[in-house]
Design a binder for this molecule. Sequence first.
Ligand code: ASP
Length: 330
Amino acid sequence: MHSRRLFLKNALLAGAAVLTGADRWRHWLPLPEDMNDSSVRWPAVIATWDNRKATAAAGAILSAGGRALDAVEAGARVAEADPNDTSVGYGGLPDRDGNVTLDACIMDEFGNAGSVTYLQHIKHPISVARRVMEKTPHVILSGDGALEFALSEGFSKENLLTDEARRAWEAWKIKSEYKPVINSERHDTIGIIAIDAQRRLSGACSTSGMAFKMRGRVGDSPIIGAGLFVDNEVGAATATGLGELVLKTLGTFLIVEEMRRGKHPQKAVEIAIRRIAQKYPKHARENQVGYIALDRRGRHGAFSLQPGFNYALFQGGQNRVFEAASLWKR
Ligand code: ASP
């Protein structure tokens, strides 16, 4: 008896040595309701659009026991490096003056956040956002300051405007009409959220923003609570589509708060989409916004204004793409 008590005491002390702060216990303890829920499955990773290459890269990290933060960064980097993805990183469509300007943000299981806005010439804005989070006292760095910081961190300056994107911009200039395209090519901004084997939640979001936007325009994607929000006690959500509608409703913060009040992630994303339709009915009819969410039980949700939004889900060793339900049926 004595030795058992001693063993337990030592085990607790060993635990305390690695877990500093009461909050960290929460990452490890299953909630009582989880025990009876057969749908509980983690690790899991979900991404906007058919970003299966990204969820595969993230899923490989999670399957090897890695951290959700590393997984979402790796996933976002896949989309950023893909020249065929015309709304993220390299190959992204430029603003109306021909500049490729990038927005990205990242959040970890402790609620730390980092972001870059209006960053030019750097292929992996998500990794710069992570450095902002980990190496500066700030959350957001913007424009030239973000670029200077990236260069000081060893990132190299590159031309991100591909020939294809330049041709698309030249064709656009003939009419010069700013008209966001719904579901443009069905691969768009990457928002990616993950829960790892230790139930740590993280998220990342990266975009070149709306094609042919005004110079200086920043969208929802690098704004914490708009394009991305993570709360390890509850869940995480991320967005794609017309950033102005997401910004004006702080969509991902709303989704996480609805999950905090006990809503299933599917219900929570539907509430956030309906909020846009209530507040901005005209814009909601004419534009696309899509949300995805994941809670700390590994349950997910996805919903959009317009049909045509899809998402990739890596869970239970399978990497699949699904069509999201939508508010409008068309
Ligand atoms: N949400 C992004 C933005 O407004 C664009 C997108 O998701 O397509 O910049």
